[in-house]
Design a protein around this ligand. Structure first.
Ligand SMILES: Cc1cc2nc3c(=O)[nH]c(=O)nc-3n(C[C@H](O)[C@H](O)[C@H](O)COP(=O)(O)OP(=O)(O)OC[C@H]3O[C@@H](n4cnc5c(N)ncnc54)[C@H](O)[C@@H]3O)c2cc1C
Length: 395
């Protein structure tokens, strides 16, 4: 019986596990390891930071949903992968594998900018459940005595969406509370222009996003690199200083330490179009763990975002490739890198579509409207339900 080990219990890892089980049934022993005991619907973390969601609304406990599908769940941190004898190592055990799927997401590189981050620095972040909860506390303290807010992305960031959502959401909430005039907002980004998103923009994204920020009276600083964050002030490399009462910044990302040695200089895993490691033929990877080169060199470094939609698609490709190899059927179609994403804008939302992900493209759209906000709320509920029932093959 083939031994398949999956690292990570999120969009990539769960999709790969459920798809492999569906395709291979009892002919494979599937084990999933995660250092978290829950699946977190990460796209809703900004809503948690705003107080619009509680942790229980957007999390699912992993053990019962995996065991119901006859997938072994080990709630332990992976310390390393030994690719030659094909085994993974945790603090308590070594687990051999015939096939490995890496879906460990990112390590957040707060240490790359002085003073960045909620633990050792002076900024909030909304990339994990814990950080979003902390940002919500900071937000509630801020509301007692409002003042200036700075939000955005430092140099090297690839996941640009969350600071956009956060900027629009705080603007909406402050207006709803009728205190927006007490809280000037500055949006600082390493992107060369608003609406670039690390993917060279979408057809009309620059114009639409510039209008949206202007409409909401949010000041924008592009091509920005941060020198350091000190208490209550952001210092940019061009010498400008932005005082604030609340700062929320996205960090750059790297591959997680346990698998970084299998990756490029930033620890991201190089894969082919079927999500197979370019060197180790029984290792596959999906999601944020995968290496994707940026479409262009920007004046201030930026990276390419790897969205949930892309992650699920990569995980399915990895699962189909492994299942085909085990069952001796033809290899599946290559993974086509494209993206479909809903970005919250507070009172409304935007649909973003890019096919392929990087230019030149066949299709490229950004549309704004209230229907997309309803769509985003419905998608959150649907995806959580789908994960609870292991229905990874549903659209
Ligand atoms: C705030 C925010 C909002 C977003 N909004 C959207 C959105 O609206 N739409 C969209 O499409 N995408 C969105 N994304 C992107 C989306 O969340 C990612 O594409 C997705 O989470 C990637 O899934 P993944 O499985 O690759 O990695 P992750 O979700 O990061 O999961 C990695 C998993 O690996 C586990 N892990 C890590 N290291 C180890 C280890 N050493 N041992 C064991 N387990 C380990 C982690 O605990 C976790 O379970 C957003 C991202 C953020 C941060």
């Amino acid at each position: 019986m083939a031994k398949i080990v999956i690292l990570g219990g999120s969009f990539g890892g769960l999709t790969a596990a459920f798809e492999l089980k569906r395709l291979l049934g009892k002919t494979a022993a599937i084990t999933l390891l995660s250092n978290m005991d829950k699946f977190v619907f990460i796209p809703s973390l900004s809503w948690l930071a705003m107080g619009w969601r509680k942790a229980d609304d957007i999390t699912v406990t992993l053990k019962p949903i995996l065991e119901r599908k006859d997938i072994t769940f080990i709630n332990e941190e992976v310390k390393g992968v030994d690719a030659e004898p094909s085994k993974i190592v945790t603090a308590s055990k070594e687990i051999p594998y015939d096939y490995l799927v890496i879906a460990t997401g990112p390590s957040l590189a707060f240490e790359e900018v002085l003073g960045l981050g909620p633990d050792k620095g002076h900024t909030e972040c909304i990339f994990t459940l814990e950080q979003a909860g902390k940002t919500n506390k900071a937000w509630n303290r801020f509301l007692e005595e409002p003042g200036a807010i700075v939000t955005g992305s430092v140099q090297g960031v690839s996941c640009f969406g969350p600071p956009y959502e956060y900027a629009f959401e705080i603007d909406y909430e402050l207006r709803r509370m009728k205190i927006r005039h007490k809280a000037p907002i500055v949006f600082v980004t390493s992107e060369p222009y608003i609406g670039h998103f690390g993917i060279g923009g979408l057809r009309n994204s620059k114009r639409i996003m510039e209008d949206e920020f202007a409409k909401r009276d949010i000041k924008v600083i592009t091509n920005a690199a941060v020198e350091e964050f000190v208490p209550a002030e952001v210092r940019l490399k061009d010498g400008s200083k932005i005082p604030h009462k609340l700062a929320m910044f996205a960090p750059a990302m790297k591959g997680v330490p346990a698998v970084a040695h299998l990756g490029n200089s930033r620890g991201f895993i190089p894969v082919d179009s079927r999500c197979r490691h370019t060197k180790h033929k029984n290792i596959f990877a999906a999601g944020v763990a995968v290496a994707i080169a940026p479409p262009e060199q920007t004046p201030v470094p930026t990276g390419v975002p790897k969205t949930g939609f892309m992650t699920v698609k990569m995980a399915k490709t990895a699962a189909y490739s492994i299942a085909a190899e085990i069952s001796g059927s033809p290899a599946p179609a290559s993974y086509e890198m494209d993206v479909l994403c809903l970005m919250d804008m507070g009172n409304t939302a935007a649909l973003m579509r890019a096919k392929p992900l990087l230019p030149p493209r066949q299709e490229s759209t950004l549309k704004e409207g209230i229907a997309f906000k309803w769509g985003k709320i419905a998608f959150e509920r649907y995806f959580l339900w789908k994960i609870k029932h292991g229905l990874s093959n549903w659209p």
